[in-house]
Unconditional design. Structure first.
Length: 367
């Protein structure tokens, strides 16, 4: 799995710090060669007391970047740093991965507040984009840093303002929803043959996990779904269950009637729907709502006897075709001999991971 979908969009955390006027530094791995502790696109936020969120690899590299960040907080100087990780094993302080990394340290991320605001809005609206960062020098001290946010809707607006190479690369990245995509492009400078750099980072909304039912299994699965990098929404028609106290790990909680809440939801290929309500009829109502949708996964809890009864009901009433029914994962979860609520939630989470990775592989092969 990708690194928690780029650490569950660390830019959301960065935006919070900027909005609250907390001074911080953003460090991003821009390139990596050989064996390295992190890959391009991974970022970390550093504050006055050190590392706040994310990672650029841990160990000696993160220690060195932490020291650089501490100085940058005072000097407000952005820099581009290269680390050679091919050290001797006797050097206990140094990394010995046998590779190399370049890391961009942005000492004034607050200057690009409007860009991070646009990024945040797009992701919340489930719109993919590419964050482009221009650095005027590949040296430890950069005079300037610029950022732009590109989506399918505004891509043409940037033509003529930035190089065709950047536009082409951004267009290609937008055609593939790959959260791991990151490019470092070298551009000719204006003076003394100095090289400028451009970094293109693909930002893809987290896959959606829609859990119908906030009982024991739904609550346990919302916790696991959050840990696994899903954007978790839980629905239950009972207000005493559909609340933040019962569901602390859910990103969105819906209550009320099925039609007024989940009825407004349009599933896409990155939507994963788990049906674990309190009764067979309610399960069937939710399934009826989504069985013909474009969701990447639909799973329904229940014994084989219950599943057979629901299948007969759906096919007999024309609520689903045989093909649509065969897409349903029911009984839900991988067969691991689950007994407890937590074990059942783990078996469902494991199946979600399996299907999500299969879907991603299939999508990348067709792009």
């Amino acid at each position: 799995m990708d690194f928690m979908q780029k650490q569950s969009h660390i830019y959301f955390k960065l935006l919070d710090f900027i909005r609250n006027r907390k001074r911080c530094v953003l460090a991003t791995v821009s390139s990596a060669q050989g064996s390295t502790p992190q890959k391009p696109g991974c970022s970390a936020i550093f504050g006055i007391k050190g590392l706040i969120a994310g990672t650029v690899g841990g160990g000696a590299v993160e220690l060195a970047i932490g020291e650089i960040a501490s100085k940058a907080l005072k000097s407000r100087k952005t820099g581009y740093y290269r680390f050679d990780l091919d050290n001797e094993i006797t050097d206990v302080e140094a990394a010995i991965c046998g590779g190399g990394m370049s890391i961009l340290v942005d000492a004034e991320p607050e200057k690009h507040l409007n860009i991070f605001e646009s990024l945040s809005k797009s992701v919340n609206d489930r719109i993919q984009g590419v964050l482009v960062t221009f650095c005027d020098s590949g040296k430890p001290e950069c005079k300037g840093l610029e950022r732009i946010w590109i989506t399918r809707d505004n891509l043409k607006n940037h033509s003529g303002h930035i190089s065709g190479e950047i536009i082409s690369a951004a267009a290609e990245m937008l055609s593939k929803p790959d959260p791991d995509a990151f490019r470092e492009i070298f551009l000719p400078g204006s003076e003394n043959d100095e090289i400028k750099l451009a970094f293109l980072e693909s930002i893809v909304p987290l896959p959606q996990l829609i859990i119908a039912g906030a009982g024991h299994v739904g609550k346990a699965l919302s916790h696991l779904g959050n840990l696994l990098g899903f954007d978790v929404t839980v629905w239950d028609d009972r207000a005493e269950y559909a609340n933040k106290t019962n569901l602390p790990d859910a990103h969105k909680i819906l209550s009320g009637s099925l039609e007024e809440s989940l009825g407004n939801f349009i599933p896409k290929s990155d939507s994963y729907i788990v049906i674990v309500t309190r009764g067979h009829k309610k399960d069937a109502d939710v399934l009826k709502l989504f069985i013909g949708s474009g969701a990447g996964y639909i799973g329904m809890i229940g014994s084989r006897r219950k599943v057979a009864q629901v299948r007969e009901l759906f096919l007999g009433n024309g609520w689903a075709t045989e093909e649509e029914w065969n897409r349903i994962y029911s009984p839900i979860g991988l067969e691991i001999g689950s007994k407890t609520v937590q074990e059942i939630a783990v078996s469902i989470a494991a199946q979600l991971i399996e299907v999500k990775n299969e879907n991603k592989k299939r999508l990348m092969e067709t792009c």
